[in-house]
Design a protein around this ligand. Structure first.
Ligand code: PMV
Length: 321
């Protein structure tokens, strides 16, 4: 029986922003993420008697233009592992698509794991992480649960993720504030390219990430959630500074994004643990503690109309069902 591969999405707390090598998606810096239990992708792949892959997303067949990225990825996989089979891919996304939550992370991690299972490749998790990275950089981290570090490396063999602590006892809760489910207007690939090429601050990014990584890992070891929050928020704001300082400048922020950032600051001033992180979209994810999450949720929902919040906890690595 063909198995379903399930991969959970992850949120980067030390962000990946910039590709050193576009073909293999080798980043300029390491990054560090938390895998979440709330959002995931289930993928099944079956060998078909055809020279073209067929892709279904949420039970709907994708047309040629929409399936192109996945079909190109499958070409890469075939080349890496020297086989010719084509597939029918059935993927179900339990992630708000393209709204700042990286559905590409769980999507490509699940796809890589699914091909691994269908073709009996018997890949180690390190090789699976490499394979997933070829689909989407952030997918390399979704192979593992808990806190995960993606080592930038220098080529296709040395750029992979590794777990730091798959089931940390830190009481971290991530509250996702969904402002918009719309497709983002600037893809992360385009955004990264523009920051790398034109932001005068990009040259400082590597130095910043290197020092924040050391501090972050110390904070995990010390179970210091406040420190984790502080570093995460600073890193996210620094990433977004690379978009605002690009030429021409751009931003992923919406008016509500700023509103929520201000509310978070207010909550903190009242002794409530809450720190923001934001990906390539307008939605804010709030790092909370088990004790603070309800207060943060109530306050946000009472103060901004028309938004919803979703609570996520620490998620596991790849699973076969
Ligand atoms: O892997 P991509 O192309 O979806 O890029 C992810 C970029 C960020 O989500 C903003 C940061 C990250 O490390 O996940």
């Amino acid at each position: 029986m063909t198995k379903i591969a399930r991969a959970y999405t992850n949120i980067a707390l030390i962000k990946y922003w910039g590709k050193k090598d576009k073909t293999y998606k080798i980043p300029y810096t390491d990054s560090l993420s938390l895998t979440l239990d709330r959002f995931y992708t289930d993928t099944k792949s079956e060998v078909i008697n055809s020279d073209k892959d067929v892709v279904f997303l949420n039970n709907q067949e994708l047309d040629d233009s929409k399936s192109l990225r996945i079909r190109n990825y499958l070409d890469t996989v075939r080349k890496m592992y020297s086989f010719d089979e084509h597939f029918q891919i059935n993927s179900t996304n339990h992630v708000p698509t393209s709204a700042g939550f990286a559905s590409s992370a769980s999507g490509f991690a699940a796809l890589a794991a699914s091909i691994n299972s269908t073709m009996n490749l018997d890949l180690s998790k390190k090789s699976l992480s490499i394979l997933a990275r070829n689909g989407s950089g952030s997918a390399s981290r979704s192979i593992f649960g808990g806190f995960v570090q993606w080592h930038a490396g220098t080529n296709n063999d040395t750029s992979f993720a590794e777990p730091i602590d798959e089931s940390p006892d830190i009481g971290i809760v991530l509250l996702s504030v969904v402002i918009s489910k719309a497709e983002k207007s600037i893809s992360s690939t385009t955004g990264m390219e523009s920051s790398v090429k034109t932001s005068p601050f990009y040259s400082n990014w590597s130095t910043l990430v290197a020092s924040e990584l050391v501090e972050f890992k110390q904070a995990i070891a010390n179970k210091d959630l406040q420190k984790i929050g502080e570093i995460s928020e600073h890193n996210a704001m620094s990433m977004h500074a690379l978009t605002l300082s690009a030429n021409p400048p751009y931003t992923y922020f919406a008016p509500e994004t700023i509103q929520i950032l201000n509310i978070i600051k207010k909550l903190r001033n009242n002794g409530i643990l809450a720190y923001a992180t934001i990906d390539a979209g307008p939605n804010v994810k709030i790092i909370c503690s088990k004790e603070s999450v309800q207060k943060v949720k109530d306050f946000i929902e009472a103060n901004i109309t028309g938004i919803s919040t979703v609570e996520a906890h620490i998620g596991r690595g790849i699973e076969y069902i």
